[in-house]
Ligand binder design. Structure first.
Ligand SMILES: NC(=O)c1ccc[n+]([C@@H]2O[C@H](COP(=O)([O-])OP(=O)(O)OC[C@H]3O[C@@H](n4cnc5c(N)ncnc54)[C@H](O)[C@@H]3O)[C@@H](O)[C@H]2O)c1
Length: 383
């Protein structure tokens, strides 16, 4: 076995997603399993270079995990020919400029979503990447989760017949920050800092719908700010300028209609923090992050509407759990593995900066739909 080091500049590792999902649960988890076996006698050994603004915080993380490289100088890291890949998990507003630098320096790029704060910027990154011939990928973790993988298996196997509709429910209560600390960083609630649930979640809905059911061809959304005042990490009150809930209807190529509620101001009465119900002519399914339950037409009950009679059936018990097909690992790690294979073995990879731009486009048009109070077409983007 030949061990080949892949040096990855990782920016934003002091953050929630960067540290837990990307560094610990993905890249360090790959090291714990002995590296990534490419299947051709080569094992890739990821070597992170932690990049950020606060050296002490980076050194503390590096020390905790036995890592050797930290830097507060992104330009110097990108000028280092030993660095192969740039990964970005910074706050959204800082992303575009850093990715542009990385592509210009000829690094392969992997990044959190959204790739930019507007479609023009997102497209520009995709075009620049193509011109430079680098390999690029955008985090689309939800489709790598066991629940949605099982749902995809049902779609691919023709279980649903003709898919009629998709109803998604995402959200949970994010504390305002006064009586209990908020579970999300305060920038998420300030539009001027790149916050807002549409910008955050519509990119996810774009690839989930696209991968499973068809491209989104129109959007009608109502975005709102239910909680106008919150308290930040220092206990200071601030005005929430970004939307914290969005109620969206998406028409899909092929005719199905998706309706997804996204909210940080809702209490959970569901089995998982996100759930999608798919109804088709031959069957239905409800999928979350981990579970997927299905009901075939042949096993569909025959309720009769009569408000005078108490319900005699336990409808939830009439669904069958869809079994796991493979070992279900962390979705972020699964996508990292595919990206690193793409970079080093040239395997196909479609979740790239163009795919990322589609997510940014849907967020942008969703906000426009809400502001203008009308349904907006979503044109197919080409580079
Ligand atoms: N894929 C997913 O499911 C998912 C979930 C949540 C967030 N995200 C995305 O991940 C990114 C990070 O989100 P998070 O929740 O980890 O945020 P966070 O605030 O916890 O972390 C942000 C990181 O960026 C750094 N940072 C903060 N301000 C900066 C600035 N002005 N310039 C440069 N760096 C700065 C911070 O030091 C930190 O390392 C966001 O773009 C968000 O959209 C993705």
């Amino acid at each position: 076995m030949t061990r080949r080091t892949v040096r990855i500049a990782m920016n934003g590792m002091t953050g929630r997603m960067g540290y837990r999902q990307h560094l610990v649960r993905s890249v360090l988890a790959l090291r714990e399993q002995g590296g990534l076996d490419l299947g051709d006698g080569t094992v890739l050994w990821p070597e992170p270079v932690l990049v950020g603004r606060r050296e002490d915080a980076l050194r503390e993380i590096a020390g905790r995990h036995g890592l050797a490289h930290v830097s507060t100088d992104l330009d110097a890291v990108l000028a280092d020919p030993a660095v192969d890949v740039y990964f970005d998990s910074q706050v959204t507003s800082a992303r575009e400029a850093s990715i542009r630098k990385a592509i210009t320096a000829g690094k392969h790029v992997y990044t959190e979503k959204p790739t930019a704060t507007g479609l023009d910027g997102a497209l520009e990154l995709a075009r620049l990447a193509r011109r430079k011939g680098i390999r690029h990928g955008v985090v689309q973790d939800k489709i790598f989760l066991p629940g949605l993988r099982k749902l995809k298996r049902l779609v691919d196997g023709g279980f649903f017949g003709r898919v009629l509709s998709v109803r998604g429910e995402f959200g949970y209560w994010v504390f305002e920050g006064d009586r209990q600390p908020a579970q999300r960083p305060s920038w998420n609630y300030r539009a001027e800092d790149g916050g807002g649930i549409v910008v955050d979640m519509f990119p996810h809905w774009e690839y989930v719908l696209h991968e499973l059911f068809g491209r989104v061809v129109s959007v009608q959304a109502l975005a709102t700010t239910h909680i106008p005042r919150r308290w930040d990490e220092h206990g200071r009150p601030y005005g929430a300028t970004a939307d914290d809930a969005a109620y969206g209807i998406f028409e899909l190529d092929g005719g199905a209609v998706a309706q997804i509620n996204s909210s940080w101001a809702v209490r959970v009465h569901r089995d998982e923090l996100v759930e999608f119900q798919v109804d088709g002519t031959e069957g239905s399914a409800v999928a979350g992050l981990r579970h997927c339950r299905a009901q075939h037409l042949s096993a569909t009950p025959r309720p009769v509407w009569d408000p005078d009679v108490p319900a005699t059936e336990v409808f939830r018990d009439q669904w069958r759990e869809v079994p796991d097909d493979t070992e279900s690992g962390n979705g972020f790690k699964a996508q990292w593995e595919l990206f690193l294979r793409h970079v080093h073995a040239g395997t196909p990879y479609r979740w790239d900066l163009l795919a990322g731009a589609r997510g940014v486009q849907l967020a942008e048009l969703g906000l426009r739909s809400s502001a203008e109070g009308r349904r907006v077409d979503v044109p197919e983007i080409v580079l």
